[in-house]
Write a protein of this length. Structure first.
Length: 147
């Protein structure tokens, strides 16, 4: 398969999974495909910058650029791959606070917002963080920027 995925082939990526405001997800075995509509990202360059930061800060849930989906000559949507976390549930906010502290981040006033002097990360809340049966934590989606 090349880098371009026609929209009528997106469902071939896997079973439709949970979707949010900016991503439709498709589950296939050990991976999740995220088709990003760029509505909240500020464009492709900003999304790819966010992916690089995510991979730096949370390497256990790193993203890989798989390709681009869309309608010919009308739209382009990046398709990202992320490892599927099995046997996991949303983490509690207390678990998240403890995990982020262990990574060197300090909790800020807004819930789910942390800083370490070099980066600020927000939207680190239970819907975006999983804990597996061993207690390992996985930030699968968050917002972040370099200070």
């Amino acid at each position: 398969m090349g880098m371009w995925i026609p929209m009528d082939e997106v469902f071939d990526l896997g079973e439709p999974g949970p979707s949010g405001n900016e991503n439709d997800t498709y589950v296939s075995g050990t991976i999740i495909y995220k088709v990003n509509n760029l509505l909240n990202s500020g464009g492709i360059v900003k999304l790819l910058d966010k992916v690089l930061l995510h991979n730096l800060l949370f390497p256990n849930t790193a993203y890989i650029l798989h390709g681009f989906a869309g309608y010919d000559k009308r739209s382009v949507m990046p398709v990202l791959i992320q490892r599927r976390i099995r046997n996991a549930q949303p983490a509690s906010q207390i678990m998240i606070d403890t995990y982020m502290s262990a990574l060197g981040f300090t909790k800020e006033n807004d819930e789910g917002r942390y800083s370490n002097g070099a980066y600020v990360v927000w939207d680190v809340v239970p819907r975006n963080v999983l804990a597996d049966t061993d207690g390992d934590m996985y930030v699968v989606d968050a917002e972040m920027k370099k200070l």
